[in-house]
Ligand binder design. Structure first.
Ligand SMILES: [Ca+2]
Ligand SMILES: [Ca+2]
Ligand SMILES: [Ca+2]
Ligand SMILES: [Ca+2]
Length: 457
């Protein structure tokens, strides 16, 4: 038999599995396409090989099989450089080369070539007028290239008022009081106000505590909102207690406090809280205030109720003692229903004196008979004169303010200041009609518009 034919047992090195697989394919192909010795009819020519020969050779050497049979087997090679062909590095990067010169004809009319880029030198921010000439902008400005020159433009609301665009547009003309709306436009001040700029238009800025309640800029901030009870803290904010202090509504402790806080308030009824608003046991209550007499600020604590009292225990009409306890002065006066202007009767002036300590304890009508010296001022007047204040429910020997008190079996009643023409009150402890007149002429009766009053401040 063929000397080349050998069994697998003869092969010293065993072929690898890959080689065997290749050989199996090789053997199959040879069987179909390679003439065998029997087919040719020329016998056992040594040059003729069959599948068995190939198998025997491969078994001895892998390399021999691949080299000798490559032309006929045409085994698909795994080494075909598929990866190299498809390499993205080659096709993408190499084509648009940055350094590659571009023909001038590639730029559109009106454009120039800077490096490889076509630009419009008249408008390009990076190549303004010349390649590489960049346009920048300072604060509040936008870079602009116009007609080949850098010309930064201020953003809306700002301006360059210093003539220097290198620092941009440094002025906010919407709010600048010295460049309002445009450079150099200054906003002047007004009473209680400084010039200001809002939305590019001149206006005024009120000083603290003032406001422009009438909307008229020319008279500035005419309203003192720190103390105006009609514009307290803000325009048209009305204080129920008629007191505005430190721009806040409050309720006064007395007519005196109210008068100090708001000197122009007229006489009338006002709400006070003698032990303080929001404090103490007292709730606010209404009293009559005399803002006219002797400088004003008087709180009325007694107003004769009608024409005829008949009592030894007549009390103040404001029974709360707080006001009288803190009062420094008392005022006797006849008043009309307004409780205001004095004297209500020209011939009967009011009289003012230091608050008698007894009057703080209780109303003078409740004492039997007291004479005490007070420094009194018959109004209008400026000289305090020591005079005898007389008060009590007892009977006096005269109808005026003279003569001794008599035993109290017959009550009568008297409040007067001896030696003056000032207001007198009499007969309040007697069934007869009361008298509201002057201390030296006590004959006129009390009337609705002729009431005896005591006020304190
Ligand atoms: Ca500037
Ligand atoms: Ca005004
Ligand atoms: Ca209170
Ligand atoms: Ca009487």
């Amino acid at each position: 038999m063929n000397e080349h034919l050998r069994t697998s047992a003869d092969v010293a090195p065993r072929p690898s599995s890959a080689a065997l697989a290749a050989l199996a394919l090789c053997a199959a192909l040879l069987a179909c396409s390679t003439p065998t010795s029997s087919d040719s009819g020329f016998g056992d020519a040594p040059s003729t090989r069959d599948a068995a020969d190939v198998l025997a050779d491969v078994s001895s050497s892998d390399a021999d099989v691949v080299e000798s049979d490559s032309t006929t087997i045409d085994v698909p090679s795994l080494d075909v450089p598929l990866v190299d062909v498809a390499s993205p590095d080659v096709s993408i990067v190499d084509v648009p080369s940055v350094d590659a010169p571009m023909p001038d004809t590639a730029c559109a009319p009106g454009e120039a070539r800077c490096a490889s880029v076509c630009v419009d030198l008249s408008t390009s921010l990076s190549h303004c007028g010349a390649c590489g000439a960049t346009c920048s902008a300072g604060a509040n400005a936008t870079a602009v290239c116009a007609a080949g020159r850098c010309a930064p433009v201020c953003v809306t609301g700002f301006a360059s008022c210093d003539g220097d665009m290198s620092n941009g547009c440094e002025v906010d003309v919407r709010t600048s009081a010295t460049h309002c709306g445009r450079c150099g436009q200054t906003c002047s001040g007004a009473p209680n106000a400084t010039g200001a700029c809002a939305l590019g238009r001149c206006t005024i800025a009120c000083l603290p505590g003032f406001s422009d309640c009438d909307g008229v800029a020319s008279n500035g901030c005419e309203t003192d909102i720190s103390s105006d009870p009609d514009n307290c803290g803000a325009c048209a904010t009305n204080c129920p207690g008629r007191v505005c202090a430190a721009s806040m509504c409050t309720v006064p402790r007395s007519c005196r406090d109210l008068h100090v806080a708001a000197p122009t308030l007229p006489s009338g009824s006002y709400t006070i809280d003698p032990d303080g608003p929001g404090a103490g046991s007292l709730a606010p209550y209404t009293v009559s205030c005399d803002m006219d007499t002797d400088g004003g600020g008087w709180t009325l604590i007694f107003v004769a109720p009608d024409r005829n009292q008949n009592s030894r225990t007549l009390d103040y009409t404001v029974t709360d003692p707080t006001l009288r306890m803190s009062a420094a002065q008392a005022l006797l006066a006849l008043r009309d229903t307004t409780m205001a202007t004095q004297p209500v009767v020209a011939s009967v002036p009011a009289v003012r004196f230091g608050m008698p300590p007894n009057w703080r304890v209780q109303a003078p009508f409740r004492y039997e008979s007291v004479d005490e010296t007070v420094n009194s001022v018959v109004l209008p007047g400026t000289t305090a004169t020591p005079r005898t204040l007389r008060y009590g429910y007892a009977l006096m020997a005269s109808y005026g303010c003279t003569g001794p008190w008599t035993p109290t079996a017959n009550s009568w009643g008297r409040v007067c200041v001896n030696g003056t023409t000032s207001a007198l009150y009499a007969a309040f402890a007697n069934p007869l009609a009361d008298n509201c007149d002057r201390s030296d002429d006590p004959m006129a009766g009390c009337e609705a518009n002729r009431r005896f009053t005591i006020a304190v401040r």
